[in-house]
Write a protein that binds this ligand. Structure first.
Ligand code: 13P
Ligand code: SF4
Length: 366
């Protein structure tokens, strides 16, 4: 007998290793690629000049030589790896305008994951988004630049919690917000995002439904329908920090300002706003209405990203940072493409069930 390691003998560890056939990693499948040089050469300056035009309102010129080589390298590596970058609207402007191929809200990114013919998806967002891409495109390699990019909503509930909820409430449809793990989606009847939550709630034709896990989104949707929307106890740590008093104070200072809010905010905050909608709907609202002054009650990068496309609009910028979204940086995206990590793979038996919930949502006629 040899020494033990966490209760397992070294002999048995060797045996397990000898017989294990773990699948090849993404790096083994795709092969090594040389790490590109990150010098700010005249060629890099010229190639990235059109990108700088889009971010010059938010990134000082003095910072560009530090960012441009990484942006240039990522854009080159994307071609070599046949990769596409899906980036959420909360990504910083260097990512959003510099390297993303497709940007959008959770619904748009989920739909785009089904359309791309790239071999590799680099998900610039949080973990549940990468899982959703893998659920919808199991044949693609899905990478997330930082595996720790989580979400307070996704952390608030497990598949076992949903099973218990169903047992206690037989016959009541359970809708899961997309901000959940694959395990939770696998236990629910359908998925929704903040873009389509009301439509999904009303699609069952029942007098009550569960909408989990965001208690504020559920309450905001409940305020717009006759369906009784039952909630669980999750919240977005970014949006729940906004208060109605804060909004009233801004209006007192500047009665002309238009205030638009995300429906993950508490209902009393939404009630004070001129409009509430998903990140994509908020962007569309600003582009269509072109208000003189606007305040986006959501994550900080939204206003930074949309400002370059709406030069006539003055953005007043109170905001809260999402620490999870902010884990995704240019440097980590580059590492991701060079080293083909971190790969997100949902267990196929869970993915199969979760896919039903996500596809039901995508296939709902609008
Ligand atoms: P949407 O982009 O779908 O509005 O979601 C916001 C969000 O918080 C994503 O984590
Ligand atoms: Fe999750 Fe809120 Fe961050 Fe979105 S903003 S990822 S809901 S914690």
């Amino acid at each position: 007998m040899t020494t033990t390691n966490f209760g397992v003998t070294c002999e048995s560890v060797e045996q397990t290793t000898a017989f294990s056939t773990s699948p090849p990693s993404a790096l083994q499948r795709f092969g090594l690629i040389e790490r590109p040089s990150l010098d700010y050469t005249p060629e890099v300056a010229e190639a990235t000049a059109p990108i700088y035009e889009k971010v010059k309102h938010i990134i000082p010129a003095i910072e560009w030589p530090a960012l441009a080589p990484t942006i240039h390298a990522i854009n080159r590596l994307k071609k070599e790896r046949n990769a596409v970058i899906l980036a959420h609207n909360y990504m910083t402007p260097d990512i959003f305008h510099g390297v993303a191929d497709i940007v959008g809200d959770s619904l748009q990114l989920a739909i785009e994951a089904t359309h791309t013919d790239a071999d590799v998806i680099v998900q610039c967002g949080v973990h549940f988004m990468a899982e959703t891409s893998n659920i919808l495109s199991p044949d693609k390699t899905v990478l997330i630049p930082d595996m720790k990019a989580g979400c307070s909503l996704a952390e608030s509930i497990t598949g076992a919690d949903v099973r218990a909820l169903r047992e206690r409430n037989p016959g009541v449809p359970i809708i899961t917000y997309v901000n959940t793990s694959a395990d939770v989606k696998a236990e629910c009847d359908i998925c929704c995002t903040s873009s389509n939550a009301l439509q999904v709630v009303e699609s069952f034709g029942t007098d009550k439904v569960f909408l989990i896990p965001d208690k504020y989104l559920a309450a905001n949707v409940g305020n717009k329908t006759d369906v009784e929307v039952l909630v669980s106890d999750g919240a977005c740590e970014v949006h729940e920090r906004f208060t109605a008093q804060e909004l009233r104070d801004y209006r007192k200072i500047d009665p002309e300002v238009k205030i638009i809010a995300h429906p993950e905010c508490p209902p009393e905050v939404v009630a004070e706003a001129d409009f509430a909608g998903s990140t994509a709907h908020m962007i569309d609202w600003v582009k269509t209405k072109q208000p003189e002054k606007v305040m986006m009650i959501t994550e900080c990068s939204m206003a930074d990203n949309v400002a370059s496309e709406t030069p006539g609009v003055d953005f007043i910028r109170p905001c809260n940072l999402c620490p999870h979204m902010k884990r995704i940086t240019l440097g980590k995206i580059l590492d991701s493409l060079v080293e083909m990590r971190e790969e997100v793979v949902v267990d196929p038996s869970i993915a199969e069930k979760a896919r039903i919930a996500v596809e039901r949502m995508i296939n709902l006629k609008s």
